[in-house]
Design a protein around this ligand. Sequence first.
Ligand code: DX5
Ligand code: ZN
Length: 218
Amino acid sequence: MKRNVIVAPSVLSMDYSQMKEQLDEVSASGAEWLHFDVMDGHFVPNLTFGPDILKGFRKACDLFLDVHVMIERPAFFSEKFLTAGADNYTFHYEVMKEVEDIHNLASLVHSQSKSVGISIKPDTPVEVLKPFLNDFDVFLIMSVEPGFGGQKFIPESLDKIRTLRGWLDEAGSKAHIEVDGGINETTAVLAKSAGADVLVAGSYIFRQNIREAVKSLA
Ligand code: DX5
Ligand code: ZN
């Protein structure tokens, strides 16, 4: 089935000395989402940006702000990012202690009429997502170990995407499957044919002509 593909450039790999110019290029490129990687130095061994920086991005572009939090306390920070302008808020399955916490955070984000996503790391089996097929708008399958841009695509992610897409189709869910990490013109084709419809790309896009890179992924 042909799905509309959304490209989500990840600002983690942006040249921050040319933020505005690069954001304008992304907006002109046809990319619909902007992927915003939040890291707390605990869940992953890297530290990035918080809600105040997201406010700046919100003012600087009209793109759909797709916030991916790789942090230990996603519930605690959720309102701050939503208020700062997040359109989607994706948190990690691995930091949630109880199933109830997952449902509660998803409902909290929905109560603010925002999109909510759940993400799993490469070592987490896709089966953990099965109980939540109707609770989320976005399922983010990490195709690299979270924490850094520029890593190599993990091909085992494709089976997870295929399996998940089968379950979502069976459940009649229109949720997005987003793939994140090591996406380039080759792995994008594989991910799309496995059933992903949102492609995150950081280093591939920001290391070359932005418009051409985005076009080559869609
Ligand atoms: C990694 C982040 C990814 C990363 C993708 O923890 O979640 O979004 O920025 O970067 P590339 O596309 O360079 O693998
Ligand atoms: Zn990400």
